[in-house]
Design a protein around this ligand. Structure first.
Ligand code: Q9C
Ligand code: ZN
Length: 393
């Protein structure tokens, strides 16, 4: 299996975050990536490949232009206004009771007057922190995912491998069109979903450039636009411990993308993830949440629920063309900020991979594994490798 990876993912290294009301070391650390990469390097069944560069076009198919501009500039603006370099994060939130009755354009104009206003406008919690190279790492993370989608499409065309792993960092599933949250800035799973839908293989080949980060060049470059007319149906299976509120939001009205998530509840992100959230308008019936009790969900229960999701009537009927797995590894019982306390068997991760391969909703479909959360640093290689090996065998 090919693994798309870049060292640029290591560049996002905030000092700390506020969790449980207290300042603590930033949990979403570059060491996570090192741990997984070390494991992958030792296993002969994985081949590490570099990403290519598809510029901002595919990212802007999901995220608003002003938000992407914000990601590129906020750290500089914050420091220029005299704030501490290691604490670029939100202070005041745009709560509905503050902004709900005011013309959105006026709210936005007000927010833009100060860096702190923009942080409140575009970010949602205290686990989002910007450093000098946050945008560079975020851009690389998205290009890794897009490159994996391109390679998978090529492989499908040429009877090659049916699965690929995008070793992304920072993660993406809490981020929405114009919002950063939960360590996430660009929603990598959403970006590849739209990329697979909008771009033909020919579009992908044309958009592809060698990877090389140059902020100005990227800004001034023409953005490619996909020309596909046969919108592929994408099933997103989110197995991160947390509900992927950003991904759910992006596709909530859309019957061409089926979002399904198993997650600990009640827990972050608190306001979403209930089974009652089934989609809106045309999208009703294409969103499936399975909240799980973090204290009592055993290995057996978890696998049973995953199987239930993948064999769910709506999921099977949806008959996806491609499966995108939002692969969080923070379900593991030892996870420092998450974890199902009774999910303790490493073999469970193998079985997750094998269920994804064999269940009717995902059976024989090409799979793009996108790395999301997971914070037991020493264990991450094992956990990621197990899911992928479970898929392979
Ligand atoms: N005590 C991902 O796994 N902080 N994001 C919650 C819990 C935010 C997790 C604090 C956790 C976000 C991608
Ligand atoms: Zn998570």
């Amino acid at each position: 299996m090919q693994v798309v990876y870049s060292d640029d993912g290591l560049l996002h290294n905030p000092l700390n975050e506020i969790t449980g009301g207290e300042l603590q070391a930033y949990v979403e650390s570059p060491k996570r990536l090192v741990s997984i990469k070390n494991f992958i390097d030792k296993q002969p069944e994985f081949q590490v490949v570099d990403p290519n560069d598809y510029s901002l076009g595919p990212i802007l198919d999901v995220h608003r232009k002003d938000y992407i501009e914000f990601l590129q500039t906020i750290y500089h603006d914050w420091v220029t206004e005299g704030f501490p370099a290691d604490a670029c994060r939100v202070e005041t939130f745009a709560h509905p009771s503050v902004v709900g009755k005011i013309d959105p354009e006026i709210v936005k104009k007000n927010a833009y007057l100060k860096a702190t206003g923009r942080l409140g406008y575009y970010t949602c919690d205290l686990s989002v922190c910007f450093v000098k190279d946050t945008w560079r790492a975020t851009y690389a993370s998205a290009q890794i995912a897009i490159s994996a989608a391109h390679r998978l499409t090529l492989a499908i065309e040429n009877d090659g491998d049916r699965a690929i792993y995008a070793l992304c960092r920072p993660p993406g599933h809490h981020s929405s069109h114009e919002m950063a949250a939960g360590y996430c800035f660009v929603n990598n799973a959403a970006v590849v979903t739209r990329f697979l839908q909008n771009y033909t293989l020919e579009d992908m080949n044309k958009a592809q450039k060698p990877y090389g980060f140059d902020l100005e060049a990227i800004r001034n470059r023409d953005f490619s636009v996909g020309t596909a007319t046969d919108k592929k149906k994408i099933l997103i299976v989110d197995i991160d411990y947390h509900h992927g509120n950003g991904t759910q939001d992006i596709f909530y009205d859309d019957p061409s993308v089926f979002y399904t998530s198993l997650h600990g509840s009640p827990d972050y992100p608190y306001f979403t993830g209930s089974a009652e959230e089934t989609g809106r308008g045309e999208g009703v019936g294409f969103n499936l949440n399975v909240p799980l009790d973090p204290k009592t969900t055993t290995d057996e229960i978890y696998l049973d629920k995953l199987q239930g999701v993948l064999n769910n009537t709506n999921v099977v009927q949806f008959n996806a063309d491609i499966v995108v797995v939002s692969m969080g590894l923070d379900t593991w019982h030892e996870d420092p900020i998450a974890g199902m306390k009774e999910l303790k068997d490493i073999d469970t991760y193998k079985k997750m991979g094998s269920l994804i391969k064999t269940c009717q909703g995902s059976k024989n479909r090409p799979v793009l594994f996108v790395q999301e959360g997971g914070y037991t640093i020493e264990k991450l290689g094992d956990l990621a490798g197990s899911v992928l090996q479970g898929y392979l065998c």
